[in-house]
Design a protein around this ligand. Structure first.
Ligand code: ADP
Ligand code: MG
Length: 691
């Protein structure tokens, strides 16, 4: 260690004054013993201002023999010296406990793109931004081993570098000098806490279609558990290379970051820079009276039709306002939406578009693209073999939008933990000594294929969608896209797709707002606009809810539940945000109601009565319908048992049904449905038989 550098660091700690004339570092050092801290956090810019040459020694320079790692050690040593002056007993006590003091630097100007991490960065003090995707359990790491010679009993201390276990090569007792064996005196050795993490490129900086890069990193001492899986963080540290384990292997570059300081960033949407000129453009755009229509038209313009789904997607992109009620209950602002559709109706294309458009968008597939799946998993860390918590897609998309294709194909673990993620927006995990609750404040836009290949109208949604009702009920909006031949629509769509192919994009599908601008517009809206309901908006929502609930009383079909009340609020707020309005007005509420009603009609309509009934969505049929249907089926069974041919007359069936208060129309509809389901057939006109 260079004594002069240590002295200069001492001067810096004792002599640096900020613009208000405060000695901020000496104040920090004085507080360390009171707060039981072992590290001092230093802004690199302060050091640069105070002693540029010393600051320069944190930059590696092989020619001048400058190694940042030694410079950091010198800073640590200076800290200990100054701390000794301030509180000698605290230092002595720490030494007894074998604790070390550290200086931690932030604002190191060498920010390296994870994707551009190369061999030239080895040994450099760099900064890396990314998402923590994995965190291991915390384990003690041997820093200094005390070893005893098995033959003469002489003890010696060996420092353990970079976590690789090293025994003495020979006994230090000149009379012994044997090469072994040695015992580690575990109680007299020095340890520190160690946690391995993995830092991954942020989805928003990832070029579309690329697999994100990851770099392993190590946190020691008081840094462990200061960040969580799913956090966006900036890490400052020295890039090191893993020592080759075996000979004969390729000497490849296998880097890891020895973290000096790490901090998570909680800022929202800071990623997209909006210059004043663009801001002006955004504000002007928002004044356009047809801004809603223009935004909707800008959603996947190359995909034909699907206006209502595009409107829903646009709305969800903006999102409502998340709030915490006075009693601490969290109310999510993000809406979840599910699109179920026949194969080849451009579901995947829509998701692709949304993912590219959304600030902080993430695209994944239910068919586990990573072992952590959609939520989170405890896995063995490939680096260390320790158990580690790995964040899944919804955690990584925190404060963003998660597009999930093939949602119905998600793995069983996700199936059981997705409920919490969708409603509470957290993912809790307790396994193999890891207990954690991760944030998943994300809007979910999911797509699924129908269970039987094609969506069958005669079956209720629960049968068509391969997902349990408990999951379905957590979607605010649910849409069905059917691929039905229709000459006029087919002609228009064919024309649309063909024209696109010929490059006639301008005439047919000119986006009203460019993707680049819309992306900034959304980001701006989410950052600056926090709409709240006006009195009239509140009244309108209340009225709608009460009206629909009243129908419920009369028909005993449950048309709406309180969950959808919250959905309308979220969607109304999103609608206001689309126009950069702080006030949610009746127009916004009407648009939200329209979305919800369309969605409910698509999936909650009883195929027999034509009425919306939430029970349809959740259990397949309504209670009354179910019992009436059962009555008819019972009659058919009973009658076919009596008849030798097992054939039942429809007229007799209707007569018997009437006796039990089931009207003729209804019998016809039920028979129709049973026929399509293949449960009965007609051997002759006017007669049915069980299949
Ligand atoms: P899915 O995921 O629903 O099975 P895809 O997204 O893979 O379907 O779409 C299949 C193809 O059909 C895509 O190339 C898509 O562009 C085209 N396509 C389907 N419907 C439309 C439409 N309405 N407008 C334009 N292209 C469409
Ligand atoms: Mg698909």
């Amino acid at each position: 260690m260079d004594i002069i550098n240590i002295e200069r660091f001492r001067d810096f700690f004792q002599g640096y004054q900020d613009e208000n004339g405060r000695y901020i570092y000496i104040e920090q050092i004085q507080r360390m013993s009171l707060e039981g801290l072992t590290s001092l956090i230093v802004d690199y810019d302060d050091l640069l201002r105070f002693d540029p040459e010393l600051a320069g020694k944190l930059r590696r320079d092989e020619e001048q023999n400058i190694d940042p790692e030694s410079t950091i050690e010198e800073a640590d040593s200076a800290l200990e010296d100054v701390l000794k002056i301030e509180d000698r007993s605290y230092v002595l006590e720490a030494q007894k406990k074998k604790e070390a003091f550290h200086v931690r630097f932030f604002n190191i100007p060498m920010l390296v793109d994870l994707r551009r991490l190369r061999a030239v960065h080895l040994g450099h003090f760099i900064a890396i931004e990314g998402i923590i995707i994995r965190q291991s359990v915390v384990k003690p790491l041997l820093v200094e081993g005390k070893f005893q010679c098995n033959i003469c009993g002489e003890a010696q201390t060996i420092s353990q570098e970079e976590g690789i276990y090293r025994e003495p090569s020979f006994c230090v007792n000149p009379e012994c000098g044997k090469k072994g064996l040695f015992n580690l005196l575990a109680e007299e050795s020095k340890y520190t806490d160690l946690q391995s993490i993995s830092i991954q490129e942020r989805p928003e900086t990832l070029p579309p279609g690329q697999i994100p890069r990851t770099v392993p990193a190590r946190l020691v001492g008081d840094l462990v558990d200061t960040v969580r899986a799913g956090d966006r963080a900036i890490a400052f540290g020295i890039l090191k290379m893993k020592k080759a384990e075996k000979r004969g292997r390729l000497a490849t570059f296998d880097p890891w970051l020895d973290v000096n300081f790490i901090s998570s960033r909680e800022k929202e949407f800071e990623e997209i820079e909006i210059d004043p000129e663009t801001e002006q453009q955004i504000i002007e755009l928002s004044r356009d009276l047809s801004i809603h229509r223009r935004i909707i038209r800008s959603i996947a313009p190359s995909i034909y039709g699907m206006e209502i789904i595009k409107e829903a997607l646009a709305t969800v992109l903006f999102g409502g306002v998340s709030r915490v009620a006075p009693d601490g209950m969290k109310q999510r602002g993000e809406s979840n939406i599910l699109i179920v559709g026949d194969p080849g109706v451009a579901k995947s294309q829509l998701l692709q578009f949304i993912y590219r458009l959304a600030p902080r968008g993430l695209l994944t597939s239910g068919k586990a693209s990573s072992a952590a799946g959609l939520t989170a998993a405890v896995l063995r860390d490939p680096e260390t073999g320790e158990f580690a918590l790995e964040a899944g897609a919804l955690v990584l998309a925190d404060r963003g939008i998660c597009a999930i294709d093939e949602f119905d194909k998600m793995n069983p673990i996700d199936r059981s933990s997705i409920h919490e993620a969708m409603e509470q927006q957290t993912v809790s995990i307790a396994k193999a000594g890891i207990v954690a609750q991760l944030n998943a404040r994300t809007a979910i836009i999911a797509a699924a294929n129908p269970r039987f290949g094609r969506y069958e109208d005669t079956r209720p949604p629960v049968e068509n969608i391969n997902l349990p009702p408990t999951i379905l009920s957590r979607f605010d909006l649910l849409f069905v896209i059917k691929d039905e031949p229709n000459e006029e629509v087919d002609r228009k769509m064919a024309r649309h797709i063909l024209e696109l192919r010929r490059g006639h994009i301008l005439e047919v599908a000119e986006p009203a707002i460019s993707m680049e601008l819309l992306r900034k517009y959304i980001s701006y809206a989410k950052q600056h606009i926090q709409p709240s309901l006006t009195d009239e908006a509140m009244e309108r929502i209340e009225q709608f809810y009460l009206d629909v609930r009243k129908e419920t009383d009369e028909t005993s079909a449950i048309a709406i539940t309180p969950r959808y009340l919250e959905a309308i609020i979220r969607l109304s707020e999103s609608q206001a945000r689309m126009a950069l309005k702080e006030d949610v007005t009746i127009d916004h509420v009407e648009a939200a109601i329209n979305l919800l009603q369309t969605s409910l009609e698509q999936v909650g309509k009883d195929p027999l009565t034509g009425r919306v009934d939430i029970d349809i969505l959740l259990s397949g049929t309504t209670k009354t319908t179910r019992s009436k249907m059962q009555t008819i089926i019972d009659i058919i069974k009973e009658e076919s048992r009596r008849s030798s041919t097992e054939i039942v007359s429809v007229q007799r069936l209707k007569d018997l049904a009437k006796e039990q208060n089931v009207e003729e129309d209804f019998v016809d509809k039920v028979l129709e449905q049973l026929r399509t389901n293949g449960e009965i057939y007609s051997p002759r006109d006017g007669f049915v038989k069980l299949a």
